[in-house]
Design a protein around this ligand. Sequence first.
Ligand code: AMP
Ligand code: TRP
Length: 337
Amino acid sequence: MTVGQKQRVFSGVQPTGKLHIGNYVGAIKQWAEHQDSYDNIFCVVDLHAVTIPEAVDPKQFRAKTLEVAALYLACGIDPAKSTIFLQSHVAEHSQAAWLLNCLAPLGWLYRMTQFKAKAGSNESVGTGLLDYPVLMAADILLYDTHKVPVGEDQKQHIEFTRDLAQRVNTMFPGAGLVIPEPMIPPAGARVMGLDDPTVKMSKSIAETKKGHAIGLLDAPSDIKKAIMSAQTDSANEARFDHAGPGVRNLLDLYQVLSGQSREEIEAEFHGQGYGKLKKALVERAVAALEPVQARYAGLTESKDYLEAILRQGAERARSIAARTHARLRDAMGFVAP
Ligand code: AMP
Ligand code: TRP
């Protein structure tokens, strides 16, 4: 079920919070770079966004969903090469999630670190939060996906998807689910907060806390402020294997954005004081985001264009998802509609 010999790639981002450079280098940038090598499907996972319903303001949610779709395009996803759609537009995601729900052991879900972190001790969290990985497994498995390009934090969810697919294939051999593999970039897979390098850069923190992240749509002056005030240390180590966590984070970001080798970067910045590294990183970040922001501005003026892309994307996605869903139903013994 691939185009020619190409393997299939599937990935998605939730339309919540403020998209940042971690989302870009950890996920979307590699989607765009590998577009020619794969048959790509990129989804805005709006059904996942409602797993924390307290954070959903219907008006903002609608705008955010379209913003994320526009950002995919602005970051270089080409609709001529990749399918882009909204998860809720393809009903098979919810339908397959139900079937998989009945096959996913509850114990596996309780073990997910993201669930434990998000649920904390709050006993009134929605069932959807626990079920989140099953919906994600449905997303991936419906497209007979080979590779899932994501940041480091999603590794456990992909492992879960693999285990679940294997379990389904054993219980219902006709399902023939493809076992997907994570595709995690060698650098930039876990960008840390600029204000606190002990926590992952996060969309929800970025929304309320200035200086935490570099937002994809931030003005150059804000990018500069955030990087120049990033937490470092009093040592003078700009070497990858010796730097403290704050400096290491800046070095890692510089590496992905410049494409230079570690040796070149160390030769340029080690023993120079961190100001030089920070200034150079400001330049790289602004230069990387400038074309993204320019394309995004153009897209906000052509809402019809974006909606047409999403409609076409959903149509193609549906045609693939419906086949896999039917295969699963048939393997389980449902009467065909
Ligand atoms: P999320 O922000 O959870 O919707 O994540 C969207 C994509 O960005 C996923 O592939 C994540 O793994 C990736 N991602 C999120 N935060 C980071 C980060 N701080 N560093 C690298 N990748 C990230
Ligand atoms: N859980 C992912 C995140 O927060 C988003 C996601 C949902 C996803 N479904 C997916 C990513 C399928 C890759 C493939 O980042």
